[in-house]
Write a protein that binds this ligand. Sequence first.
Ligand code: NAP
Length: 282
Amino acid sequence: MKAKLIDGKALSAKIRAQISLDAARFERSRGRKAGLAVILSGDDPASQIYVRNKIAACGECGIKSFAYYPPGDAPESELIGLIEGLNADKNVDGILVQLPLPRGFCEPRVLKAVSPQKDVDGFHAENAGNLLLGNDCLAPCTPSGVVELIKSTGEPIEGKRAVVIGRSNIVGKPAAVMLLAENATVTVCHSRTRDLPALTRSADILVVAVGKKEFVRGDMIKPGAIVIDVGMNRENGKLYGDVEFAEAQNVAGHITPVPGGVGPMTITMLLKNTLKAAEKNG
Ligand code: NAP
């Protein structure tokens, strides 16, 4: 039997409908829209698409967006100055610095400049630390979307064996922490992991964030598993996941497509974080 498709677009639409209602309520009570500042430095084509999509999604949900396009060769101090100005701006509730930054910028230093209260990407050390400690925080969007997608299957997470491939600060590590918080038993795999297929074949929940086209094959998946494909690999204008979809669909119980799985949920969680920050910022 073929795996059930986990439809990230449909789930996003449902959550965004609620976000629109919450954004309208915020506007009525505060006399202004919740605001998200998006900074894109340089001219990376994929980043331009992501930023366009994020700005469009804000508009659709009644969140005001402020877009900034500083040149990629401007000094880092200028970018940090822009962020500090936005930190102090009462109309800006969230600040997103689109990554990757052009060469020459120190990403950790730039991300540290974003006020933790406006850090809607959840990349600031304060938010990362609070996530680890189980405290309320602005959590990173992609792994938050991953957890929502898993929950949308209706299958309980508690007690399940979850395997996350990838240990980046923006996807793999926070996804593992969030699944642990949901009481899964979590294994994190990376490029030095030995006998990866044996581990992935033990996973009731498999989250793949490797960044390699069709890296996970059907024979690496446990029959009936929930497979969440975070990968976004562009080749000749086409988007591929980290999972070989056709093979995986014959083995898994539930699977996300690429595109149309994790991608739309990432933006939806960004909108949710913006409203959460707005409610707190007043
Ligand atoms: P990343 O920083 O490059 O991390 C990749 C991870 O994969 C690393 O931890 C690496 O291990 C591990 N890895 C590499 N080769 C491996 C191998 N042969 N076996 C096991 N593990 C291996 O990537 P990322 O930022 O987490 O992104 C991962 C993917 O998700 C990319 O395709 C990215 O485009 C996509 N993504 C999608 C969204 C979305 O909204 N859909 C958002 C963010 C990212 P080491 O740590 O040992 O190097």
